[in-house]
Design a protein. Sequence first.
Length: 217
Amino acid sequence: MEHLVSPSLLAADFANLEREVTMINRSDADWLHIDVMDGVFVPNISFGFPVIKAVKKVSSKPLDVHLMIVDPDRYLTQFREAGANNLTVQYEACTHLNRTVTEIRNLEMKAGVALNPHTPVMLLKNILPYIDMVLIMTVNPGFGGQLFIKESYSKIIELRKMIDAGGYNVLIEVDGGIDTANASKLIESGVNVLVAGNSVFGSADPVGTIRKLKNLI
Ligand code: DX5
Ligand code: ZN
């Protein structure tokens, strides 16, 4: 399948959010990635419902919301109401993951599970039939602009085998340190969705960079 590109709003100019979202609207981006951080699960705080609702009003792209928060069950309905189309929770933050992803699907969102760099993909074996996407964190979550962790390639290849062997309809998304230099190898390894923050918003021509990420091979 053709791969998707999901620029991460975390690297945008927050004083000019409407302009940034409008730029994404007219780009080749497939989704808009929204990072929610609570200062507990990760050592950083980003933004919450009022900002997501404001972005939803101007975005023509589906919102790909990535929760880096503890106890996400408390807020699933509110994220749906704020405009999330995909909702990804961290594996490490969910005690009853099956219940959480089932609830996300009941709320008519795509359910994603994110893995920290140290979490083995094997742990997903029994959840793959219940989800739409796995997000492999290719940096330690909490901040944009970090260096891509190279051990991620073998995790992606292993996960791709698991998904294909089981015949599951599950996308693989990568997030952290993705740019036009490593994107092709990631797609070859089995990735379906590229998240990119600084490499897009920090470039001189963000629309051109998104086009490059979209037309790699
Ligand atoms: C990191 C976030 C990422 C971040 C990626 O915790 O989950 O989505 O925005 O930023 P870059 O692409 O700059 O590494
Ligand atoms: Zn993210």
